[in-house]
Write a protein that binds this ligand. Structure first.
Ligand code: YXS
Length: 259
């Protein structure tokens, strides 16, 4: 059963998340299908991709599938986690990926959206960075994605409160490109995709890769990396991590003890 739809309008590809009963949670299956769709569009030499949710979705994506978060002391967001692979695929994809948002974006889905090159959202859209809500240790490159998208102060507010911010606030702080009314969203996004697709694809794909490499060029010693990576184990080995997932599954507020 497929959880996405893939269409192509000339040089523009459109991938729509379509698993409404789980609010497009980024399950292994859904993410694998999105990655495969991007591969198909890459082979078809698409010049722009729109990543959206199925029309009428009130939640763009509820983030990582909580039911798939490991609870046995394994890194919940390790290198091979499908969500990590999707972020890397978008960041290295040879043409621009435009996130078209109408609805709530949660957790790891915020990182997927921020990994996209351009973000266009309706005023009712929201963005919530949720590791602190679930007791989850976010991974190093994910934190870098957030730091590339907003000032450190905004990233701290998003990460520490775990509460959604509005598209209007996100645009105001430079985290997203445009806030567009729902009735104009598709036309505006498709016009931008068509404009990009009419430009020189090699120039664009080279600039995209140059910007990725330059934006990620942060001084971090091996000792610094090991410290940052090691800190994550403090969290995913904690009781709070298990409590966060259990509370979600039992549909109750978590009781974090700091242990
Ligand atoms: O009870 P049923 O079986 O109908 O299923 C419910 C939810 O359990 C399910 N669902 C999810 N399943 C797995 N993973 C999820 N992330 C997820 N979110 C939802 O979908 C069915 C309908 O959900 P329900 O009844 O809660 O819908 P609602 O309209 O009342 O509320 C919509 C949301 C999105 C506000 C609510 O579902 C919600 O708060 N979802 C969790 C959002 C979240 O915290 N996502 C972070 C996931 S963890 C993650 O992304 C990273 C590891 S991190 O946290 O580090 O960023």
């Amino acid at each position: 059963m497929t959880l996405i739809s893939l269409t192509q309008d000339g040089p523009v590809g459109i991938i729509a998340l379509n698993n409404p009963k789980k609010h497009n949670a980024l399950s292994h299956q859904l993410v694998t299908e999105v990655i495969a769709a991007l591969k198909t569009l890459g082979e078809a030499s698409a010049r722009a991709v729109i990543l959206r949710a199925q029309a009428g979705s009130k939640v763009w994506s509820a983030g990582h599938d909580i039911g798939e978060l490991p609870e046995d002391g394994r890194d919940p967001l390790g290198w091979n986690d499908p969500l990590r692979e999707l972020v890397r695929t978008i960041e290295t994809f040879p043409c621009p990926v435009i996130a078209m948002i109408d609805g709530g974006v949660w957790g790891g889905a915020v990182e997927v959206v921020l990994a996209c090159d351009i973000i266009i959202a309706t005023p009712a859209s929201t963005f919530a960075v949720t590791p602190a809500k679930l007791g989850v240790p976010y991974n190093v490159s994910g934190m870098m994605t957030f730091m590339s998208a907003a000032s450190l102060r905004i990233v701290k507010e998003l990460a520490f409160t775990a509460t959604p911010i509005s598209a209007t606030r996100a645009e105001h702080v430079g985290m997203i490109n445009h806030v567009i009314e729902p009735q104009e969203l598709e036309a505006f996004t498709q016009d931008m995709a068509a404009t990009i697709a009419a430009n020189a694809p090699l120039s664009i794909s080279v600039m995209k890769e140059q910007l990725r490499v330059l934006a990620g060029a942060k001084p971090l010693t091996p000792r610094g990396f090991e410290k940052v990576q090691g800190l994550r184990r403090v969290v995913y080995d904690s009781q709070d991590y298990h409590e966060g997932i259990r509370a979600f599954k039992e549909k109750r507020k978590p009781k974090f003890t700091g242990s």
